[in-house]
Design a protein around this ligand. Structure first.
Ligand SMILES: NC(=O)c1ccc[n+]([C@@H]2O[C@H](COP(=O)([O-])OP(=O)(O)OC[C@H]3O[C@@H](n4cnc5c(N)ncnc54)[C@H](OP(=O)(O)O)[C@@H]3O)[C@@H](O)[C@H]2O)c1
Length: 309
């Protein structure tokens, strides 16, 4: 019971609830007072979906370019690379985690310091996959995506930076809660779900990359030269099923990581719940934007989950 109510679980649950509440408030258009509505919309929207909302001049002061998205992934590649290195040293050289890290993990989980004496294969696999994921996203931001002049606000920017810090720590938090026996050697811990989860992860990553490439191609000619920064009606690939297949792929990537830890970590399921709520909100806003902008937008296309949502 104590571990179920750990700080890390409460953080992810609260984040998920905040985005779920924002999704409901927006979707079921509860009428808020004008000033509150302006602030609310400014906090939940970024990029193209921010274009058509009323914003006061003081709100514009806090705008930053959406091109800065790549900062999140730089932070993640460095921070999660460092945590991966610490874990590798623990597995290969039996080196103890540094005290500052144990102190942080203890404050997030309340578990004893010994919980990180032995790093499980599932934990290390999740760390590798998280690092690979954010490295790919960094490369896509720098070399694939074509950004327009869309904006995010400073709070969203700060949230994006801290997100990957807490996410990396969360992977380490699940170490002691995984279904494995301490007496089993590191490589003997390999199970079918590690293989299935990893294959699922790479398939979902491919889907996300393909969707982001299709968005970029709508702005470039066949030689890759940028022709327009307009937001066009997406088509092809999974865009025929949903408005935001790259958001769906994000959810599948996190679900695949849950499979990699045998579907047995409540903490990681709470992370998946947060991604579901966060990406469902972003997809809903994007879907509404397309439907209001393009008269011929396909009626049967869903926002986020094919045939469902
Ligand atoms: N895990 C999380 O909490 C989390 C949170 C947010 C995002 N993400 C992930 O990060 C990735 C990017 O997210 P995002 O919200 O930035 O996606 P996005 O708004 O769809 O933008 C992706 C790229 O496509 C461009 N674009 C968007 N709509 C377009 C259109 N209709 N025509 C032409 N180009 C278009 C964007 O340019 P402009 O917007 O500059 O015009 C940007 O370069 C996604 O895969 C998402 O799943 C994860």
């Amino acid at each position: 019971m104590f571990h179920v109510l750990s700080t890390v679980n409460i953080i992810w649950l609260l984040l998920a609830l905040c985005f779920a509440a924002a999704f409901c408030l927006n979707r079921f258009s509860v009428k808020l007072p004008d000033r509150v509505e302006h602030v609310f919309q400014d906090f939940i929207r970024y990029g193209k979906t921010k274009e058509n909302i009323k914003r006061t001049s003081w709100q514009l002061v806090f705008d930053l370019s959406k091109r800065y998205f790549y900062h999140f992934y730089v932070v993640s590649v460095m921070w999660n690379g460092l945590l991966l290195l610490v874990s590798l040293r623990s597995v290969v050289m039996s080196e103890a985690f540094p005290n500052w890290l144990i102190d942080i993990l203890w404050s997030l989980t309340g578990r004893s310091r010994g919980s990180w004496n032995e790093i499980h294969l599932s934990t290390l696999l999740l760390q590798v996959l998280l690092w690979v994921h954010t490295l790919r996203r960094l490369l896509e931001c720098l070399f694939v995506s074509v950004f327009s002049n869309g904006v995010i606000n400073v709070v969203q920017y700060a949230f994006g930076l801290s997100y990957y810090i807490i996410l990396g720590l969360t992977v380490l938090c699940i170490n002691d809660s995984l279904p494995q026996s301490e007496s089993v050697g590191f490589f003997n811990q390999l199970r079918w779900y590690h293989v299935i989860g990893t294959l699922f992860f790479f398939w979902a990553s491919f889907l996300q990359h393909q969707s982001l490439s299709l968005l970029a191609k709508m702005r470039t000619d066949s030689s890759g030269k940028v022709e327009t920064l307009a937001h066009k009606m997406p088509c092809g690939g999974w865009f025929e099923l949903v408005s935001c297949p790259h958001y769906l792929a994000e959810l599948l990537i996190y679900a695949a990581m849950s499979v990699c830890c045998g579907c047995g970590s409540l903490t990681w399921w709470l992370v998946v719940l947060y991604v579901l709520c966060n990406q469902a909100l972003a997809a809903q806003l994007c879907h509404e934007y397309y439907r209001s902008k393009f008269e011929t937008y396909p009626h049967d296309r869903k926002a986020f989950i094919p045939f469902v949502l």
